[in-house]
Design a protein around this ligand. Structure first.
Ligand SMILES: Cc1cc2nc3c(=O)[nH]c(=O)nc-3n(C[C@H](O)[C@H](O)[C@H](O)COP(=O)(O)O)c2cc1C
Length: 211
């Protein structure tokens, strides 16, 4: 079947002008809560775009693990491709796509590392096998075979399998943002889009843009 024949109407909701006066962080939390009530698996996944030292963009999925006053926290390997990109350029873009609600959220921001203590606390809250996975993976580095990776994993296993220490090169980033756009699909491709920008006085302003 032709891809061109895949079509749908977006009928689930709307973003009225009352949303122009909303607080975008509260709005994000409300949207995320509704999505998590509907979708139980990986509902906090988002696409994170970075820009490499060669100027080329790159994008991958990560999981949102905490919403704080200063931004959104995710965890990764600081020496990974994304970690290297961020060390050269902390500007990033985040994209949440929630098709079951016909919603998209785009966030323009920058990231900084969270404190070592916070990363360690989160690391030790993870299941032991996930801790071991993080220890065993030089994320984004080449490896000659799957079996070599599994050998590495086994070599890190200690006999009692208690807590492992958080590796120095593993931890969280906090994504702070100054611009966020909420998209709600509407009939006839007349979608609603509301953009929020932070002003110099730290107050949010918002405006509607064409679909
Ligand atoms: C549903 C899903 C969730 C993921 N969550 C994370 C995550 O929280 N942190 C992470 O480092 N990678 C996560 N990944 C793997 C990344 O997409 C990516 O493969 C990895 O981080 C390496 O990316 P990089 O080489 O660009 O650094 C996830 C992938 C998927 C599909």
């Amino acid at each position: 079947m032709s891809l061109q024949d895949d079509r749908k109407e977006y009928l689930n909701g709307e973003l009225g002008d009352e949303f122009l006066s909303a607080d975008p962080k509260e709005m994000f939390v409300a949207w995320l809560d509704s999505y998590r009530a509907l979708v139980k698996v990986d509902s906090t996944a988002f696409a994170l775009s970075t820009v490499g030292k060669d100027g080329a963009p790159d994008c991958r999925i990560v999981l949102l693990k905490e919403i704080r006053d200063d931004g959104f926290v995710f965890y990764t390997n600081y020496n990974s491709k994304k970690g290297n990109d961020i060390s050269g350029n902390p500007l990033v873009h985040a994209l949440f796509f929630w098709p079951e609600m016909e919603r998209q959220i785009r966030i323009k921001g920058h990231v900084s590392k969270i404190s070592r203590v916070e990363s360690e606390q989160y690391f030790s809250s993870r299941p032991i096998l996930s801790q071991l996975g993080a220890l065993s993976s030089d994320q984004s580095e080449k490896i000659s075979s799957r079996s070599d990776l599994e050998l590495k994993f086994d070599s890190f296993k200690s006999s009692d399998m208690s807590d492992y220490n958080c590796p120095d090169n593993w931890g969280g980033y906090c994504l702070s943002f100054k611009e966020i756009e909420f998209w709600q699909g509407r009939r006839s491709r007349m979608h609603d889009r509301i953009v929020f920008e932070i002003e110099s006085n730290s107050k949010w302003s918002s405006f509607r843009v064409q679909p």
